[in-house]
Design a protein around this ligand. Structure first.
Ligand code: URA
Length: 245
């Protein structure tokens, strides 16, 4: 048995608090009857409707995928390109990615069917640290790396401070390998940050999402998160939420 508001939130319809409001407003039905009290618990077989639409009830599942390059972070693609859910064709639950990595970016990507969890992790206030490894065209100067670190003006605003580390450089090929840790998740953020200092990104990989790494996985491999990891991720998101409020 689970609380009604938790079940609604997990379906990704609204936050837990908003779900409580939906219940109080009389917009939720359980087995065809309007429920307006908050204490109600439901079983997995109870039919729950919000605004007359039945919600999907599934056991929550959580995965980490080592997304390869050349794959879309989506559940379908109208051009027929490979999508991240193709790696889970055996999975009966309807999972979707938590945020996105560009088509040409590889690395850690989480997938779940738990809408509340996905919303929590993606909320701009709760942004978790993400570590990327960049192969840049040309070798950025120390001043330019410092600019990345301090925050750089992009068309959608200045970026928050980042941690930046030069890992190696190839003077002959004029390329560099740089690690950058950011906690925001703006569209194409790392590529745009490097473009802003005059260096194209030749390769981009997300090595770490919070404490989750690619250890033991090859591109295209996936593993289920442990219940402890899921709990830790929730705690991490709440922690950053407190820090940023
Ligand atoms: N930053 C980018 O530019 N691309 C990604 O896929 C992720 C972060």
């Amino acid at each position: 048995m689970e609380r009604l508001q938790k079940v609604i939130a997990r379906a990704g319809i609204a936050s837990r608090r908003k779900s409580e409001e939906l219940i109080k407003e009389g917009r939720v039905k359980v087995n065809g009857k309007v429920v307006t009290e908050l204490g109600v618990k439901v079983t997995p077989t109870d039919k729950v409707e919000v605004n007359e639409i039945q919600i999907q009830r599934e056991e929550p599942v959580y995965f980490l995928l080592y997304k390869p390059r050349g794959v879309i972070s989506s559940v379908s693609d109208d051009k027929g390109r490979r999508v991240v859910t193709d790696f889970f064709s055996e999975q009966k639950e309807r999972i979707y990615p938590v945020g996105r990595l560009d088509y040409d970016t590889s690395g850690v990507l989480l997938l779940t069917n738990d809408g509340e969890f996905a919303n929590l992790l993606m909320h701009p206030r709760n942004q978790i640290d993400k570590v990327y490894v960049v192969k840049s065209k040309g070798i950025p100067s120390k001043e330019n790396l410092l600019k990345l670190e301090r925050g750089i003006q992009l068309e959608d605003g200045k970026t928050a401070p980042a941690r930046v580390k030069m890992l190696s450089m190839d003077k002959q090929k004029q390329t560099a390998i740089i690690e950058i840790a950011i906690h925001e998740g703006r569209n194409r953020q790392v590529r745009r940050m490097f473009e802003a200092i005059g260096h194209d990104v030749l390769k981009l990989k997300r090595e770490r999402f919070g404490f989750l790494t690619l250890n033991g996985l090859s591109a295209g491999d996936a593993r289920e998160l442990t219940p402890h990891e899921v709990k830790q991720l929730r705690a991490l998101a709440m922690e950053s939420s407190k820090k940023n409020s």
